[in-house]
Design a protein around this ligand. Sequence first.
Ligand SMILES: NC(=O)c1ccc[n+]([C@@H]2O[C@H](COP(=O)([O-])OP(=O)(O)OC[C@H]3O[C@@H](n4cnc5c(N)ncnc54)[C@H](OP(=O)(O)O)[C@@H]3O)[C@@H](O)[C@H]2O)c1
Length: 214
Amino acid sequence: MQIAIIGAGNVGRALTTAWRRAGHTVTLGVRAGGDEPARTFATSLGADVARPGDAAANAGTIVLALPWAAAESVVGELGGLAGKTVIDCMNPIARTPLGMGLALGHDTSGGEQVAAWLPDAHVVKTLNQVGAEIMADASGFPVPPAMFMAGDNEPAKARVAVLLADLGFEPLDAGDITKARLLEPYALVWINQAIARGKGRNWALAALERGARS
Ligand SMILES: NC(=O)c1ccc[n+]([C@@H]2O[C@H](COP(=O)([O-])OP(=O)(O)OC[C@H]3O[C@@H](n4cnc5c(N)ncnc54)[C@H](OP(=O)(O)O)[C@@H]3O)[C@@H](O)[C@H]2O)c1
């Protein structure tokens, strides 16, 4: 697939690494000033670098790997993205009186906000649930780690499921985009264990089933 990844930080680079390894075409969308380190990284993997709008214009699947605070303005520069699949892997992380939390939730979600900004695109919330290291390499676990996705467009979710499997995850459909309300707090389960509870970053959650499926 032709994939544009907007944001060349931890997540953007992890996904570039793994999807290039799986044979996908990847362009990293970076802003002016971020070109050179990103270009060196991308070139080493046979990926390209472009401005975010140009990267998105030439791809069928666009991944948003940005800090939440930058998301709305960057998305606004991408054009309408009509009919394209947009993977939202951002978590609207915020400092709260209880420590790390979410800037919004319960009656909306980051995924729904992104879908509202891009009404003609097919937004799928996923790849927000484990650390970037696991996205770069999900091998070596006894079973594939689970990766939930939420979105309204079934063909888009089917395409994303292929991309998740290529990363080594078991794709699990959580339902429509409102289920991003579940997936964003769920990400905090991993973050809390990894950071606050000292479990580190080299682990993931999996879906275990007992008995045969009916
Ligand atoms: N890190 C993880 O393990 C992890 C796991 C799951 C989900 N997430 C979520 O994924 C998102 C990205 O996380 P990250 O750790 O990859 O963040 P990061 O390392 O800080 O990278 C963010 C990237 O976004 C770029 N960016 C910021 N503002 C921009 C703008 N206005 N235009 C274009 N690019 C811009 C930055 O570019 P510059 O270098 O030019 O500033 C940087 O390359 C976050 O929403 C996070 O919650 C992270």
